[in-house]
Design a protein around this ligand. Structure first.
Ligand SMILES: [Zn+2]
Ligand SMILES: [Zn+2]
Length: 155
């Protein structure tokens, strides 16, 4: 695949990620931390029916931990096409926050990079078509690309 010319990235702290963001309406807060460079994260644009309605650019990395803090009344959960993964979205603004599943007994997932603002800080986005994968292929893929996802639902 052709390499995109990389825009000037500022490697001020090359391997230490510390992102905070919120959904469009500000109701749901998310943080992402880990030993990974921003430029190593490729936002993935999914073409499934759900993601067509909830545009997102998912980022994840085995070395990245995502914490989602939401009020119970403000988070909506739905399942992906194969029923394996859970989509978390803000029930006020409808923005997709994160997607996750239990992988190998631990909660793992990916977060919507749009919550952190400007996508140009990340690697060039890549299109994905997970609907073409079998359930086993998806689980295997997630185990290699997803990091920890901690969803803290507050009553
Ligand atoms: Zn919201
Ligand atoms: Zn999708």
């Amino acid at each position: 695949m052709a390499q995109q010319p990389t825009a000037s990235k500022l490697p001020s702290s090359p391997a230490q990620l510390n992102l905070t963001g919120t959904c469009q309406c500000g109701s749901c807060a998310v943080t992402a931390e880990g030993s990974v460079a921003l430029g190593a994260l490729e936002p993935r644009i999914c073409d499934c029916a759900y993601c067509q309605q909830h545009p997102s650019a998912l980022i994840s990395h085995p070395q990245m931990s995502v914490v989602l803090v939401v009020e119970a009344a403000l988070v909506a959960e739905s399942k992906n096409g194969s029923g394996q993964a859970t989509f978390y979205e803000c029930s006020r603004c409808g923005q997709l926050l994160a997607v996750g599943a239990q992988v190998g007994g631990t909660a793992r997932g990916a977060v919507n990079a749009h919550l952190f603002g400007d996508l140009s800080r990340f690697a060039a986005p890549v299109p994905i078509q997970p609907r073409l994968l079998s359930a086993d292929q998806k689980a295997a893929r997630w185990s290699t690309i997803w990091g920890a996802l901690d969803v803290q639902v507050q009553q």
